[in-house]
Design a protein around this ligand. Structure first.
Ligand code: ATP
Length: 153
């Protein structure tokens, strides 16, 4: 029987975004695929030293999707735990998300850590994402965008 040390606990903060555009009244959002294309998720990344959460969100969305947007709303945060075996460390991670209106750039311009970037109608994006946190965030985005659409009618 192996003796195991108790894991170290660390906190980690990331931020990211739901970047959207409207095509013939259909709201589309950009998802990235990672882990050899097995997982569709929202773009995000670790908040670096000397960086605020908003700056990180804009930078990570641009790097991972090739798209630039303007922040129009806060989408709150989600939290999860994961374990890094080689560090024997449990991370308690919080990710802050922002709703961003697409302005420029193309999904071809994503960086190479990401397998693929695609625009999906928000209803399809909700079905594609694997993590519960992504679904929670996409639902918050949908609520804001649909009520905005109604107001514009
Ligand atoms: P970042 O994208 O913030 O730079 P990272 O790519 O190093 O960080 P995560 O994407 O947080 O790290 O992945 C770390 C672990 O957590 C992986 O095992 C991943 O499958 C899992 N994970 C990623 N996102 C979520 C989520 N929303 N809910 C639950 N588990 C997640």
């Amino acid at each position: 029987m192996g003796l195991s040390r108790p894991p170290t606990i660390k906190r980690q903060t990331s931020s990211g975004g739901v970047i959207f555009r409207e095509n013939n009244r259909v709201i589309e959002v950009a998802l990235i695929s990672v882990k050899n294309g097995s997982i569709w998720t929202l773009p995000k990344g670790v908040v670096e030293r000397n960086e605020d959460i908003i700056k990180t969100a804009l930078r990570e969305v641009k790097e991972e999707t090739g798209l630039e947007g303007e922040i129009v709303a806060e989408l709150g945060s989600i939290s999860y735990w994961y374990y890094m075996k080689d560090e024997n460390t449990k991370y308690h991670k919080t990710v802050y998300y922002y709703l961003m209106e697409y302005r420029s750039g193309s999904t071809e311009e994503h960086d190479r850590e990401v397998e693929e970037v695609k625009w999906y109608p928000i209803e399809e994006a909700l079905k594609r994402v694997k993590y519960k946190g992504d679904r929670v965030v996409l639902k918050r985005a949908r609520e804001i965008l649909l009520s905005q659409q109604k107001r514009d009618e």
